[in-house]
Design a protein around this ligand. Sequence first.
Ligand SMILES: C[S@@+](CC[C@H](N)C(=O)[O-])C[C@H]1O[C@@H](n2cnc3c(N)ncnc32)[C@H](O)[C@@H]1O
Length: 255
Amino acid sequence: MPDSHSTDPKQGEREYYAQLGDAAIAHAIRKPFSDENCAFNLANLAALFHLLPPPPLRILHLGCGVGWLSHMLAERGYHVTGIDIAPEAIAAATRRRDEAGLTDLVYQLGDYEDAINHEPYDVVLFYDALHHAEEPSRALTTAAAALRPGGKLIAFEPGEGHHDSAKSQQAIANFGVHEADMPPARIIALGHAAGFSRHQIMPHPADLMAELYHPDYAVATDQIALARRQFDRSWQLVRELWREPRRHAFTVLWK
Ligand SMILES: C[S@@+](CC[C@H](N)C(=O)[O-])C[C@H]1O[C@@H](n2cnc3c(N)ncnc32)[C@H](O)[C@@H]1O
């Protein structure tokens, strides 16, 4: 439990991994394969790798946690800097990097709401991390300042309803972390105020894939049932494309 007398609003974030312990850190490092949301994360990664120009590219990964995604990006050949506020996460990420001998991967303990003095980056990435900010506007200001002109911010964040979900309420109560809703509309409004000039909302890849490759198909018993399911699923796909992105999606902003 977080210290209820602390005046540090980020104490829960700083101590989260220490509270979780070694087994949970080991689980997080082995993501996406260790995780029940494996398909969700893999779908996001496929979209991310589609969006990114080929290496070399300088990527700043804010709120990188134990670095499972930073590590993958570095293995692909990108120059990656991962920043996180939790010392245990950065320590675990650094150990794994050193074991793998990756040289183009830098980890730093830091607060993404503070200015970062660095070379300009081509891409800033938030993956499931901006919604933990105390002041998301400050985090977006950091991101804008870190990017070269024309560089882009890519944000995969939980959308509407995240704060009120049972899992988030449990995390807030047990660890004192922030769990805000971070729908595209909020990221875009704050992003424009922070200096971004253009934006694009894209459907959540995992939602599209969940319709296209639904487990229903595996249990259909005849050809007509399969055709019906495919028809139904196609309608759901159109719905996801045009309706759902407003509630939750991923967002790209250009500086
Ligand atoms: C839900 S975790 C996701 C971590 C990682 N992106 C992943 O996909 O596993 C949110 C992360 O944001 C980090 N974080 C929260 N507030 C932060 C801040 N102000 N500055 C830097 N990192 C922060 C947390 O320490 C945590 O690692």
